[in-house]
Ligand binder design. Structure first.
Ligand code: GLP
Length: 239
């Protein structure tokens, strides 16, 4: 793994955005895997500013997001669709963008269609990832099989309470989601993991230094040949 420990969250966002920008500019990537959560917001802000300054264009890029809550429409402000619209899609032009549809009548069919769309686009060149406090990537909670594919999953209590601030009341957090699987994520040709803050220090230690185990889904990244890790000093505190 290419591990970069940076001073603070601002430095992490700048470094991650610079890596993405350089690969988009050089046409090294055509497909980009995107993530939601608080961690990537500053990355999207940085990339959007480069687009506004006409230094960068995503017009040739097709994106695939990791996950979406079950039961939330794109219009629901707490959905990942709405998150992406606010922080990125509303500010940049992409060739196409895909998220799993949390309102699909048949989630298993939707999961398969999402996998097919990734394949048709030629696979994902670079996948941006955050990490949950319990080591989840996408919504692959501890216990997820390392070869899992896009599917319907049940969210853990820890994940539901971590994401509760995005909802009017904690009881509004959905209990399930559609997520790319760990196997799906590992097929991306390059990985870019970002994490900041002391709340992520345990998960980062388990992911980078622990055994490869379903107990920490992010530890599966140790099996991948090309992983860039950008974390701040707080997230690196237990390494
Ligand atoms: C989620 C997302 C993950 C994300 C994680 C951490 O719920 N499904 O993709 O990496 O939480 O989020 P944050 O960056 O807000 O800590």
């Amino acid at each position: 793994m290419n591990l970069h420990i940076l001073k603070d969250a601002g430095a992490v966002a700048r470094a991650a955005a610079s890596l993405i920008a350089q690969k988009v500019k050089s046409a090294e990537i055509r497909t980009l895997g995107l993530a939601t959560g608080r961690s990537p917001i500053a990355v999207y802000d940085d990339l959007s500013a480069r687009v506004a300054a006409k230094e960068l264009s995503f017009a040739g890029i097709t994106s695939f997001n990791l996950d979406e809550y079950i039961g939330l429409s794109a219009q629901n402000p707490a959905s990942f669709h709405a998150f992406m619209q606010r922080h990125f899609f509303g500010k940049v032009t992409l060739a196409a963008h895909h998220l799993p549809d949390g309102m699909a009548a048949d989630p298993a069919h939707e999961a398969q269609s999402f996998e097919n769309a990734i394949k048709q686009a030629g696979g994902i060149d670079l996948q941006l990832l955050g990490i949950g406090r319990n080591g989840h990537i996408g919504f692959n909670e501890p216990g997820s099989a390392l070869d899992s594919r896009t599917r319907l999953v049940t969210l853990s209590d820890s994940t539901r309470s971590a994401n509760a601030p995005d909802f009017p009341t904690p009881g509004d957090v959905p209990h399930s989601a559609l997520t790319m699987g760990i196997g799906t994520i590992l097929e991306a040709r390059e990985q870019l993991l970002i994490a900041t803050g002391t709340a992520k220090a345990c998960a980062i230690r388990a992911a980078l230094r622990g055994p490869v185990s379903a107990d920490c889904p992010a530890s599966a990244l140790q099996l991948h040949a090309l992983v860039h890790v950008f974390i701040d000093e707080d997230a690196a505190a237990l390494l």
